[in-house]
Write a protein of this length. Sequence first.
Length: 236
Amino acid sequence: MSRRGTSGIAVAAALTAVLLSACGGGEDGSSGSADKGADAGGRSAEELVKAVNKEMGATSFRAKGSSTAFDGGQQEMWVDPEQGLRIRVSAPELATTDMFCSEGTLYTSTALVSAQLAQKGQKVQVPKDLEDKYVTTTAGGSCNRLYEIFPGAKLDEKLNDEVGGRATTALVAESQGNKDVYQVAAKGKALVLRMDSEHGDRKSTTRYDSFGEELRITMPQKDSVIAMKEFQDAVK
């Protein structure tokens, strides 16, 4: 396995990419070709996106399904407005591992960092004494950006569906060849019930549940956290 110098910017970009890919966070400037009408409640796409992000950011929930981050990948995410979030990722090329986010700071296992970098052609070897550590980076805003729908998503009545017996309204976010379809509860609180994603040749489906339930999310201990520079220096 080759070892290359890895810039802090490259690592941070990789972490953000794997998080957004795993969890469906959109990108600014996303676009869609769907109609520009209104949902059943008369809300425009922009108004519905704002309502969804407000509701999802104010409640605890779980999301579980496949992932576009890795071939054959699976992921499960737990979110609590007060505690932060935890994401568990597994794939044939990656043993089950975690990432966390709290108050705008990401804590990502060194195993996950190295696996994502390898996908981008930057193979690094993590020293044994860092194998159980987490690398800290910023989320580029609040942790909510890892699951919220970014501005630019469009309504698409043709994709409206039903999830668990509940009618849903489809919001479609497209950017740089990637497509995320969020199925939002058509009645009651504007909560995402399912997300279907196509990122390149990978597809995934994630279902959301456990809204408002009590969760316990514990961030990594201080002695298991390392700074970006320490990771960068260790894999040079």
